[in-house]
Design a protein around this ligand. Sequence first.
Ligand SMILES: [Zn+2]
Length: 335
Amino acid sequence: METVPGPAEVAGGVWSVALPFPNPLGFAFSYVLPVAGGVLVVDAGWDSAECWDAFRAGLAAAGAGLDDVVGVVVTHIHPDHYGLAERIRAASPAWIAVHPAERPRIAANRHDRERAIADLAEWLRQAGAPPSEFAELAADEEDIKARISTVVPERDLVDGQAVPGTDGALVAVHTPGHTPGHLCFHDRQRGLLFTGDHILPRVTPNISKRPQSDVDPLRDFMASVRKVRAFGDVTVLPGHERAFTGLWDRLDVLAAHHDERLTEIVAAVGAGAGTVWEVACAVRWSRPFERLQGRARRSAIGETFSHLYRLAVEGRVRWEPGRPDRWLPAREHVA
Ligand SMILES: [Zn+2]
């Protein structure tokens, strides 16, 4: 676990507030920006008493209080970026804004959560996961689903739209891939890019094909990587880890990482790995696949699936949908 840094001014009046959450990344950043009439919050941490205290301490460090929060803009609705949105809205005049493509995944009620877990079980069957894996994976997912906020945002932000109240200085940039409605935010005056989980300085974001993801999330992610090249000369303020410069170098590393993984997966299929599960077992991860647990293991399955799907679209492997899906080398030798 990383140590959680205290609130810090990262650029002309903009403060980062690290909010801890139970994940090897250690914390997620909220950012507090001065705007006309108060402050704007970019991302809203994990929902816990500890985070709520840390968030309020961060606001105070930035010279603001809850009454000053005019709006909360969210890069995506994962619980480490959206968790406190409800508490903030209840305690302040703030509105909440997301990209409309995030809305279907806001778990509106218990029925939706149950369906989401059923979809996950079907997805595991499609991936060829052994029956012994289902209980652990589903139990962990249930816990995560319970943490997904049910708070319905009052505003939408689409690509190229200025964030209300910023006089056009902060612009939403749609960067699907990690999630369908992921947004970055470009601060034109300060030369900042808030990247959420789209671009992190060290970790490669998880690009999973799974229930409720995009049809072809890896294609979308790579297009979103190319898209943010337009902001080369910015300071990147990511959702985790630390601020950094040198965006283009990082984008090159991410593109190369996925190219290598695609090549590795073609080789695994060529060597006989025939299901998502078998391919995931054959691919190199940060730790061996057998040692990945719970959410990390599901992420690896989703990541493998997103690459296999892309390879099938490109004609580099063949996909035979079923239970489980079968993945075969591209070239068919007809006798
Ligand atoms: Zn995150």
